[in-house]
Design a protein around this ligand. Structure first.
Ligand SMILES: Cc1ncc(COP(=O)(O)O)c(C=O)c1O
Length: 377
């Protein structure tokens, strides 16, 4: 009988296992693009744009250089510009709000739902001001925000709706995918994402031909034809080698998300009897992409739990330890400490456990038992 492995570190992602599953396919795709001589856009990108859009039931996909750029050109393509207000979440990676400020617009932060950490549609409605042009919800940790309610708020006030789907590849809520209720959805293919490139990458999905055309111009210096520029854009075109890698991985996404759900189900049953470790609420258990598996623990126990898990070789994350509005760069937006109390409480209490398609049941058991042991101590 072999002894349980209590020493090997448990990483947050396992790119080596992913590579092993993909085998020679990945190497061949990289070599194919290298030999093609078409390094920027081209057929690899076009086929990835088509297939990624199709997977989400969207008409058009426009590949760009990163998830941040997908937000930037997405906002611009929807008509957001300098001075416009954009309502978004204070509890997200900084890029969501940073992209708004980068184009000269003004982030208006509305607090999140305590149970899910997702943007709260009622607070969004209350936060709308005269100059507000857009709502930007984040599908945090792989779970969609309440797009039905947000669409209704956007329509009532004549606002655009751009989804930050950087953590929600292949996710669904009530059968609805990112991009179906919003005017557009922005994705990231950063290597740690559920669908990751071998470098940077991003995409905007939309059903509007007009928006897709504008996105294609914006990613290429506003180009309407060679050396003709109809508007000011930038250079953020998806690279062929990244699309080649993503084309290989895309057919695996559904199965990988399913395995993440199996890992989550095992964690759920381990924590079912615990008052100390409380998983965030699920609004779409079957469609959750589980980019992260996030639990809340009492604020005073959170940092010791992180330290204890790391000392035991378990690589936990805290996404995010400081909400957007308390970042130094965000001071000018005018939200001080105490102004968004739910986001602030979450930042003190959340803990993200390792979750990826290659985690074994033994590893999941080791993580949950270690955590339960620490919080009981
Ligand atoms: C919610 C969210 N929005 C935006 C981004 C930015 O994506 P990228 O790193 O590809 O620019 C990320 C990830 O990094 C993210 O998690």
């Amino acid at each position: 009988m072999s002894l349980p492995d209590t020493a090997t570190p448990i990483p947050p992602i396992d790119l080596a296992a992913e590579r092993a599953e993909l085998g020679a396919e990945l190497d061949q795709a990289v070599l194919r693009t290298l030999h093609s001589g078409q390094y920027v856009l081209g057929p690899e990108v076009a086929s990835f744009e088509r297939d990624f859009a199709r997977l989400h039931g969207a008409e058009f996909g426009v590949g760009v250089g990163s998830g941040t750029d997908a937000l930037i050109v997405g906002l611009k393509a929807l008509g957001v510009g300098p001075g416009d207000g954009v309502v978004t979440s204070p509890f997200t990676f900084f890029a969501s709000a940073g992209a708004i400020a980068w184009i000269g617009a003004r982030p208006i932060l509305a607090d999140v739902e305590a149970e899910t950490a997702l943007l709260d549609p009622e607070r969004v409605a209350e936060a709308i001001e005269e100059d507000t042009r857009c709502i930007l919800p984040i599908h945090l940790y792989g779970q969609l925000a309440d797009m039905g309610a947000l669409r209704a708020v956007a329509d009532e006030h004549g606002l655009a709706l751009l989804e930050d789907a950087a953590q929600a590849h292949g996710a669904r809520r009530d059968g609805v995918a990112p991009g179906q209720l919003g005017d557009a959805a922005a994705f990231s293919f950063y290597p740690t994402k559920n669908l990751g490139a071998a470098g940077e990458g991003g995409m905007v999905l939309t059903d509007s031909e007009e928006t897709a055309d504008r996105l294609r111009r914006l990613r290429d210096h506003g180009s309407t034809a060679k050396y003709r520029h109809g508007e000011i854009g930038t250079n953020t075109r998806l690279q062929a080698v990244q699309a080649g890698v993503l084309n290989v991985k895309l057919p695996y996404l559904a199965a990988w998300n399913e395995r993440r759900r199996a890992v989550a189900a095992q964690y759920d049953s381990a924590f079912a009897g615990s008052d100390a470790v409380r998983p965030l609420a699920r609004v779409c258990a079957r469609g959750h992409a589980f980019h992260q598996y996030t639990v809340r623990v009492d604020a005073k126990r959170r940092d010791p739990a992180v330290d204890g898990l790391r000392a035991a070789g378990v690589f936990v994350g805290v996404h995010y330890p400081l909400p957007v509005h308390l970042q130094e760069a965000a001071r000018v937006w005018g939200f001080g400490p105490g102004s968004l109390p739910i986001a602030e409480a979450l930042a003190r209490e959340v803990l993200c456990l390792p979750i990826h398609p290659f985690l074994t049941p033994d590893q999941v058991e080791r993580v949950s038992e270690t955590l339960l042991g620490i919080v009981a101590g």
